[in-house]
Design a protein around this ligand. Structure first.
Ligand SMILES: [Zn+2]
Length: 279
């Protein structure tokens, strides 16, 4: 009997270990207990995640049907705090996009990261927002800040408030890095004055022309959480930024990867095995 139980437990572990992104996405509730981020942002999960309230001071959660408004409580506290700061700056509510799934893990669409409860996407749209019920916030207005050739920001869309907002977000000590389109990074490099240490955290990337992606460091008490490699020192306004603009062929390859090359998802840590089957 005992042996059968052991075999059954082992099978369960295997099942969870081989769980697909679809399995992780179909779980509607978090596990109970203390919050713990496990693994890395691109190969992790979260136990005891909390749900971001759909409305708060200075923010509204959008695309609610995706059920990706879960995260470590510290991530939720960051969003709420930035909402209050944005409202204090006189900005209309921020649209909050994806955080993580109720138990984190890989997603079937949209992101390779956002897996351990420490990532959040915030839309660049700072237009006044209609007061819509959550169910009517699926199809939101997209504001793109970058010109079609991707060489600069779009002068008709860029506003100084975006610089102020990114500066506020970067000032949070728990924020480890913020991804923006490389043309947005270059815009900041040229317009931010001598008080520019915060630019260190602003990282150039593909996409991210309609939202910025905030990543928090591993929270205290999450021993199994893995931080990324640290950002190189400096403000990042250097040849590493120029690369994005110079190497158009490489960039094109990254933007349009060859089709039909199946991506092997990174292996999840052992501590994530069983999280799906847990209560
Ligand atoms: Zn993101």
């Amino acid at each position: 009997m005992r042996r059968n139980l052991a075999i059954f437990a082992a099978l369960l572990c295997i099942a969870a270990g081989n769980a697909s992104a679809k399995d992780w996405g179909s779980i509607a509730t978090p596990t109970v207990g203390d919050a713990r981020s496990i693994g890395g942002t691109a190969n992790g999960c979260i136990a005891g995640a909390a749900k971001l309230p759909l409305d708060g001071i200075g923010y509204q959660v959008v695309r609610v049907s995706r059920n990706r408004m879960w995260g470590h409580p510290r991530t939720l506290a960051f969003v709420r705090s930035l909402g209050v700061e944005a409202a204090g700056m006189g900005l209309p509510p921020l649209y909050i996009g994806d955080l993580s799934q109720p138990r984190g893990g890989p997603m079937t669409n949209g992101h390779a990261s956002h897996q351990n409860g420490n990532d959040v996407d915030i839309w660049f749209n700072i237009d006044p927002k209609p007061d819509l019920p959550a169910s009517a916030r699926e199809d939101i207005k997209i504001v793109r800040l970058v010109a079609a050739d991707e060489m600069s920001t779009d002068a008709s869309a860029w506003r100084p408030e975006y610089e102020h907002l990114l500066r506020r977000a970067a000032a949070h000590p728990e924020v480890e890095r913020i991804f923006v389109h490389f043309a947005i990074k270059r815009q900041l490099c040229s317009t931010v004055g001598s008080d520019r240490d915060w630019l260190h955290k602003i990282r150039p990337w593909l996409g991210h022309d309609d939202h910025f992606h905030v990543r928090l460091s591993c929270p205290p008490g999450s021993q199994d959480c893995q931080d990324q490699q640290p950002i190189p020192p400096g403000d990042g306004c250097d040849p590493t930024l120029d690369w994005w603009f110079a190497d158009a062929i490489e960039r094109h390859k990254s933007l349009h990867p060859a089709p039909a090359r199946p991506r092997t998802p990174p292996k999840l840590p052992n501590a994530c095995k069983g999280l799906l089957a847990a209560r």
